[in-house]
Design a protein around this ligand. Structure first.
Ligand SMILES: [Zn+2]
Ligand SMILES: [Zn+2]
Length: 224
């Protein structure tokens, strides 16, 4: 009997005559219909730079303040459903919930042109407490390069406990691993993170990736 990964409700798998006649393997859905309906992907109009869903397709106030040409794509709005999901997956450490987002990430990555996928890293302390990087947990068979690290000396407080002003003033938290240039030189790099909030983290990461010789850097986030 299959249960919903998110709410543990029993998921009924419809067995149709068509499925039986084709000898198809019945793959139970990972989510019950209620949970599946909670996940509503972003739709147009969106900010052309960060992907935020809004009333018009103009550059949003956050991006206008950055005054750069950043390009981020996001899959979901950072709404109540995604906040609840992130709470259970990332903060309560329910690693099975990575499976919920894998199909969405797979689809989004297949539509983006890039050479190297670079996940935003977590600190050594987070590795010890959480035990996994929430971003790489969403990847299935997509190759990625962990060329960014967070030196322990700078150990930033988690983003989620900071005010907007504190986030924007955050010093560069990332470094490149020693062999990064061999991976990044002249490549189109796609950064992958969970939530795009102020855009500060992504830009810090991009600055280091450019130092490694990348010719272009864009980003994909689960939520905006
Ligand atoms: Zn459910
Ligand atoms: Zn924007």
């Amino acid at each position: 009997m299959a249960t919903c990964l998110w709410c543990q409700a029993v998921v009924k798998v419809p067995v149709t005559l068509r499925i039986l006649l084709r000898w198809q393997v019945i793959v139970p859905p990972k989510l019950c219909t209620t949970c599946a309906q909670r996940l509503q992907p972003l739709h147009a109009p969106q900010c052309p730079q960060c992907g935020r869903q809004q009333a018009t397709a103009t550059v949003c106030p956050d991006c206008a303040r950055w005054a750069d040409e950043w390009h981020n794509q996001a899959i979901f709005p950072y709404d109540e459903a995604i906040k609840a999901y992130m709470q259970q997956y990332k903060f309560q450490g329910d690693y099975r919930l990575r499976l919920v987002m894998q199909p969405y990430l797979r689809r989004a990555l297949a539509q983006i042109e890039y050479d190297v996928l670079v996940p935003i890293p977590i600190t050594a302390t987070t590795w010890q407490t959480r035990g996994f990087n929430q971003v790489t947990g969403w990847l299935t068979d997509q190759p990625f390069q962990s060329v960014l690290t967070v030196p322990p000396a700078r150990k930033p407080r988690p983003q989620s406990s900071k005010t907007r002003r504190e986030r924007l003033a955050m010093p560069q938290p990332f470094e490149l691993v020693p062999q990064a240039a061999t991976v990044l030189a002249n490549r189109r790099v796609l950064l992958l993170d969970d939530v795009y909030t102020t855009g500060r983290t992504i830009r810090h990461a991009a600055a280091q990736i450019y130092l490694g010789g990348a010719k272009a850097v864009t980003s994909l986030t689960l939520a905006r």
